[in-house]
Design a protein around this ligand. Structure first.
Ligand SMILES: NC(=O)c1ccc[n+]([C@@H]2O[C@H](COP(=O)([O-])OP(=O)(O)OC[C@H]3O[C@@H](n4cnc5c(N)ncnc54)[C@H](O)[C@@H]3O)[C@@H](O)[C@H]2O)c1
Length: 277
């Protein structure tokens, strides 16, 4: 019997938390570059009554994304996309961050947008990090939103001489995610589907723990100590937002980015996290 299919890319804590909220009764295809991670998440979910199947995939490759979509369609129509795959500034070099987080996300949103079921919904995960970078020009924003995905990495603003470090690459990638979601949501809308983005602050996951132990560890610990919430968040709190965005209560929300960061961005601009001049 065919079921509605959920594509989950990124078998991490955030992706799994969201899939557990919205995926019951559907086939959940769990794609990750690490088959070990995909299998581990599929097992936890299957042991809890979900119907999940792991598959190896690489977000930075269009071929791999198309293969994932093809495999998913064997189970039925794709009604949901949860993209929570990514690499952080301490995990990868500039080129890999741009290829996975920026280019790969753009391709995934485009390709799933071509096949998403009428009434379907998608959510992708950007980051509060993109909100701290100074505003780009209107022209740069439009280029990030609408440049054909295969030409994105050739944009002048993304050339190595214009990217300071891995954090800057990550911020550009996450800013691009927000812009792509706006542009793609128009196309998804033509199919009666919605697409949104969540920009989390520090959420305790293996990726964040790598950051706490990485070169910017003190920066991150200071950030959650001095944000209004005074703590990092949890993947389940991100899933609360995803449940709203992906469910009937979110029917009027599309092309949107929701920031969930315990107030860290607010404090960065107007509070104790404001950088000293
Ligand atoms: N944890 C945080 O504090 C935080 C904050 C803001 C944004 N985010 C974003 O949330 C998303 C999920 O992160 P998480 O914290 O759940 O991390 P996580 O480390 O728990 O999961 C990320 C998963 O992505 C997979 N992955 C990495 N590269 C891939 C590729 N090329 N193809 C397919 N899969 C790949 C990893 O193997 C891993 O299983 C990421 O996009 C991250 O940038 C996380």
């Amino acid at each position: 019997m065919n079921k509605d299919v959920v594509i989950l890319t990124g078998a991490g804590q955030i992706g799994m938390a969201i899939a557990r909220r919205v995926g019951f009764g559907k086939k959940i295809v769990v794609g990750d570059k690490s088959m070990k991670n995909a299998e581990a998440v599929a097992k936890i979910m299957n042991d809890a009554g979900f119907d999940a199947v792991p598959i190896e995939m690489d977000l930075s490759s269009r071929e791999s994304i198309l293969n994932l979509i093809g495999e998913a369609q064997k189970y039925g129509e794709i009604s949901m996309l949860i993209n929570a795959a990514g690499v952080s500034p301490s995990q990868a070099p500039i080129e890999a961050i741009l290829k996975v987080d920026l280019y790969g996300t753009a391709v995934l949103l485009e390709e799933v947008g071509k096949v998403i079921k009428e009434g379907g919904v998608g959510v992708t995960i950007s980051s509060q990090s993109g909100w701290r970078m100074p505003a780009l020009t209107a022209e740069q924003d439009e280029l990030l939103a609408t440049t054909p995905a295969d030409e994105l990495l050739q944009l002048e603003m993304l050339q190595p001489k214009n990217i300071k470090d891995t954090l800057h690459a990550y911020q550009m990638a996450k800013r691009c995610n927000e812009k792509r979601v706006m542009a793609e949501s128009v196309k998804w809308g033509e199919r009666g589907a919605r697409l949104n983005d969540i920009a989390p602050g520090i959420i305790v996951t293996p990726l964040a723990i790598d950051e706490f132990n990485g070169p910017r560890g003190d920066f991150y610990k200071n950030m959650f100590a001095k944000c209004p919430a005074g703590r990092p968040g949890t993947a389940d709190e991100v899933a609360n937002v995803a449940e709203l965005l992906m469910g009937p209560a979110g029917a009027f929300i599309t092309g949107s980015t929701i920031l969930i960061d315990g107030g860290a961005t607010a404090s960065y601009f107007y509070g104790p996290l404001k950088p000293e001049k």
